[in-house]
Design a protein around this ligand. Structure first.
Ligand code: NAP
Ligand code: BGC
Ligand code: ZN
Length: 355
């Protein structure tokens, strides 16, 4: 079968013929419909994140998938069901406490593999197999957007953890700032809007006209240009934020977030930066953090519950947003277009089968 892969030593994906997987006991064979592309895929392709499966010279890409069950293989699913797979699986040397507890998303990197990212083949192929318990049902009418369930689930988890960190006192956030106008940032801005944040902001570094700024403003948010207003100056230029969601991968933002937060506020850090040394006033930030009861949470990956919540969230997102956010869905013959990374591209997917 055909798969989109990155080969060791190369810096662009190619289409390869790979063996069609056979479902083992408890696994389901899924025919792939669409697979999304995000910033992480670009990091994997350029070699700054992730790894090849042990002993192999290529990695099947893709961790944001929606497909249709081809062979339920005696599991509780049925042929024809639309499903989205979670990303993490136990490491090659066996399972561990995180998987036994059903909390794979809380496993440290050396205690799991991630399909399409780190040590395990992904879903960007005509078929994939996956254990039934890793497949989350997607209603038929959402099949075309089902590749957005995984990225939305990432924010379901991050928001849940941020809210949990503020659960010991009366916390009623109404100002929310998203750092990053990529697909994850824009989806999250829409989620804050959906969750009743009165004032939302989104940070980018683009000139107008720009399609991401249009989406920010259509959502009722305020665009902030980081070249004009650095993150730590946002309270002076706008207001202090109850919630900050970092989706730039720009390491200084993790620290500047402390200054952007209002007393009692929380920042969720999602970016996966490379090593970068720079100076900060650690004492000032430490004191600011303590004296104002602020919190920062790091959040990675997501579990079945987050996927299920994401399906609900997706169903409630306005259709104009989905249409504007997804700037291209490309057939396998044109897969290279899905990996283009220019200013007209927001979110793309590769389509393996018509919906
Ligand atoms: P993306 O498409 O690369 O988006 C990042 C956005 O941030 C881009 O639009 C970029 O602007 C903007 N940006 C970067 N530095 C900036 C700066 N200094 N000032 C203003 N804007 C800046 O990636 P994505 O798919 O949305 O993901 C966002 C980040 O989250 C990535 O680092 C990704 O690895 C990470 N991620 C983490 C998880 C997790 O589980 N923790 C899940 C998914 C993604 P330009 O396009 O104009 O350069
Ligand atoms: C994926 C997550 C993964 C993370 C770190 C993200 O793009 O959506 O599932 O855990 O990258 O590799
Ligand atoms: Zn991702």
């Amino acid at each position: 079968m055909k798969a989109v892969v990155i080969r060791r030593g190369e810096n662009a994906p190619t289409v390869a013929d790979v063996p069609r997987p056979e479902p083992e006991r408890g696994e389901v064979l899924v025919k792939t419909l669409r697979v999304g592309v995000d910033g992480t895929d670009h990091e994997v392709i350029e070699g700054s994140h992730g790894s090849f499966p042990a002993g192999q010279d290529y990695l099947v890409l893709g961790h944001e998938a929606v497909g249709v069950v081809e062979d339920a293989n005696g599991t509780s699913l049925e042929a024809g069901d639309i499903v989205a797979p979670t990303v993490r699986r136990p490491p090659d040397d066996g399972t561990n406490e995180y998987f036994e507890r059903g909390e794979a998303d809380m496993a440290p990197p050396d205690e799991c593999v991630e399909r399409g990212i780190d040590g395990a083949h992904g879903f960007m192929a005509e078929y994939f197999t996956s254990p039934a318990e890793t497949l989350v049902s997607v209603p038929d009418e959402l099949a075309e957007w089902g590749f957005l369930v995984e990225p939305i689930s990432i924010s379901e988890k991050a928001i849940e953890h941020a809210n949990a960190s503020r659960s010991a006192f009366e916390w009623n956030p109404d100002s929310g700032l998203v750092l990053g106008n990529g697909s994850l940032g824009l989806l999250t801005l829409a989620m804050l809007d959906q969750r009743g944040y009165e004032r939302t902001y989104c940070l980018g570094r683009r000139d107008r006209p720009d399609p991401t700024i249009d989406i920010i403003e259509e959502l009722g948010g305020t665009y902030i240009d980081s070249r004009v207003t650095p993150v730590d100056q946002i309270p002076d230029a706008h207001e202090s934020m109850d919630f900050v969601y970092e989706a730039t991968g720009y390491a200084k933002h993790a620290f500047e977030t402390i200054e952007a937060l209002a007393p009692g506020g929380v920042g969720a850090l999602l970016g996966v930066p490379e090593p970068w040394e720079f100076e900060i006033d650690g004492g000032k930030l430490h004191k600011e953090f303590v004296m104002n009861n602020k919190a920062l949470v790091g959040s990675v990956n997501s579990g079945v519950d987050h996927f299920e919540a994401a399906v609900e969230t997706l169903a409630d997102l306005p259709s104009w947003l989905l249409e504007d956010l997804v700037t291209g869905v490309y057939e396998l013959d044109d897969y290279e277009a899905a990996f283009r990374d220019d200013e007209t591209t927001i979110k793309t997917a590769v389509q393996f089968n018509q919906i």
